[in-house]
Design a protein around this ligand. Sequence first.
Ligand SMILES: [Zn+2]
Length: 262
Amino acid sequence: MPELPDVEMFKRYLDATSLHQRISGVDVESAYVLKGVSARELAHRLKGRCFECSRRHGKHLFVRANGELWLRLHFGMTGSLQYFKREQQPSKHTRVLFVFARTHCLAFEDQRKFGEVGLVKDVDDFLKKRALGPDALDLRLSEFRAIFEKHRGAVKAILLNQKFIAGIGNIYADEILFRARMHPATETSRLGDKAITKLFRATHHILEKAITAKADVNQMPRSWLLPHRGKGGKCPRCGRNLRSARIGGRTAWFCAHCQTKL
Ligand SMILES: [Zn+2]
């Protein structure tokens, strides 16, 4: 499921391939992913414009078309982008195809169709309406601390809540907690200043390193949880079996020996 580092990769990919080309058409293969806009309106409003720049916030990607119009992409569970020559056959999971006047097109692919494609006039307004929290990489320590002091619950549930912090999903929340050596079910009320600072540093470290590794598990350090996550996986730190538990509505993987409950 695409999280902040994955969406950052999509942003870079789109920036490197799809900007400053006139859009000659938009083909909607599945209107199911469209949110608040019809296939006809999407095509009508984008046709003749160019994508100028993009902006990521949490797991959202916004792409500015000329003027006051932004394409909104959310990648759901299985969304991704693919840029290819127009004569090539799009994948069967293509939901929306942006066709450029020159030679290529950009496909929004999404096998499971939990993704979202829409148009927004003002990105900040949209973020406010959705009540999305600040992007995880934009957060300062003081803001981060305030979130964990104000909200009660399991630390992992707070990390996952997009209304508090935008961009962290199940995989990276587990990775951050593994690095901070904190049990995912630790109650936020138990966290002192030192623990929150540690968690904040781990959050930045993991998200930044994941981006450096191009959000590709094969390029991530073997000392991370991710390459070992799952049934039969062993903790890369102590060699004991990893454990799983349902926390905050998601399956957490962790090492019960290395990650202590405060
Ligand atoms: Zn361990």
